[in-house]
Design a protein around this ligand. Structure first.
Ligand SMILES: C[S@@+](CC[C@H](N)C(=O)[O-])C[C@H]1O[C@@H](n2cnc3c(N)ncnc32)[C@H](O)[C@@H]1O
Length: 362
């Protein structure tokens, strides 16, 4: 999924940094997991990873990509009709979902021009056909959950698959803060559920990975002693729920139906807003997480246009750990962009420098 701050392209740099520091695999935490790209890479490298994030959409990805060690089998009852098989594969479940007749519901009503509310606000996030398909998939997964036919991890894997599939046909330029007012080619394609591959642990040390939905601090209190804490918090004022409200809705479901706001149909998000996106609060957030963390090594990804100045980060790192071990690693890369430069933008151009800050705690 196209995600602000997604570190997929920076994974090699992070792994090189870990190798250069001589850190050997152990227990790691990635409490700002987003798409779980780093958690997945660490698991592949043999770390036992405890992921977390405020968003339900991230939780679905964490389960799909980090917590699960293999693709689960599902109950044969999901095939409907007279179930002759005791279990069925993930691929077969996706085929059952894709064969469902489209059933217009919440997504069609609010995020496509076929719904009264969608029409009133001119919302064109999905074509009516894809909206109705998304409605029928999501409703059926909820029904299976209510009837106890799928377990938590199996349900989250299906939700991550749906979020990913919906993202491919979303009529946006990458984030959901706005939609395009004419149909783009990707949006007119029929939605397809493509399987996601869980990360198989290649070493026993990577068994026992977990996913979490909630505040980073809460995860760290629960996680206990860590060998590595990897921090990748938001670095600017863009609150994630405003940019990814539709993936979040698909993850949370609509029972009871949320009250939507504004032109883009935002969902209630008071409990999902982050201090890291507030100029007056982000420094305290960094200091508090560093104080709280029971970790031998801490890495922080932060880019040079972030709210936190470099010297504040350096001071917080030197104060919380062994000051002599403090280091900064830098890599330039092309930024992820969802729109173009304009007079209102604070930065210009495509190049950005990502820094990784390191300290060893005592
Ligand atoms: C820069 S993104 C992480 C990107 C991720 N590393 C990836 O590769 O996809 C920051 C994430 O932090 C989450 N977040 C913000 N504040 C948080 C908090 N206080 N506790 C937990 N997660 C938080 C956001 O929901 C967002 O997914």
């Amino acid at each position: 999924m196209r995600y602000i701050g997604n570190k997929t392209k920076l994974v090699p740099f992070l792994l090189e940094t870990i190798a250069e520091l001589g850190l050997t695999r152990g227990v790691a935490s990635d409490p700002f997991a987003g798409t779980a790209s780093v958690g997945r890479a660490l698991k592949t490298a043999g770390w036992r990873v405890h992921c977390g994030d405020l968003l339900a959409a991230s939780y679905a990805y964490q389960v799909a990509r980090v917590e699960l060690d293999r693709t689960p089998r599902y109950s044969g009852a999901l095939s409907g009709g007279s179930a002759t098989r005791r279990t069925m594969s993930y691929g077969s479940v996706l085929r059952v979902l894709e064969a469902l007749p489209p059933r217009p519901g919440f997504v069609t009503e609010h995020y496509t021009p076929a719904g009264e509310d969608g029409r009133e606000h001119g919302r064109m996030y999905f074509t009516p056909e894809n909206g109705a398909a998304i409605d029928s998939f999501r409703e059926r997964v909820s029904e299976w959950g209510r009837e106890g036919l799928i377990d938590r991890a199996g349900e989250q894997l299906l939700l991550a698959t749906l979020i990913q599939a919906a993202d491919r046909v979303a009529n946006t330029t990458g984030v959901y803060a706005s939609f395009v007012k004419t149909w783009q080619p990707n949006a007119t394609r029929r939605i397809r559920l493509k399987p996601l591959r869980p990360t198989v642990p290649l070493a026993p040390s990577a068994l026992g990975c977990s996913a979490f939905r909630g505040q980073a601090e809460t995860l760290l209190r629960q996680a206990g002693s860590l060998d590595l804490l990897y921090l990748d918090p938001p670095y600017n004022e863009r609150q994630y729920p405003g940019y990814y409200h539709i993936p979040e809705l698909l993850a949370q479901g609509w029972d009871p139906p949320p009250e939507l706001r504004g032109k883009t149909g935002l969902i209630p998000d008071d409990d999902l807003r982050s201090d890291w996106c507030r100029r007056g609060r982000c420094e305290a957030a960094l200091r508090s997480i560093l104080d709280l963390a029971d970790a031998r090594h801490v890495l922080l990804s932060y880019n040079d246009e972030g709210l936190l100045p470099r010297d504040s980060i350096e001071d917080a790192f030197r104060t919380s750990g062994d000051p002599d071990t403090f280091r900064v690693f830098t890599r330039g890369y092309r930024r992820y962009r969802s729109d173009s430069d304009g007079p209102g933008r604070r930065y210009r151009g495509d190049a950005v420098r990502e820094r990784v800050y390191y300290v060893r705690k005592s």
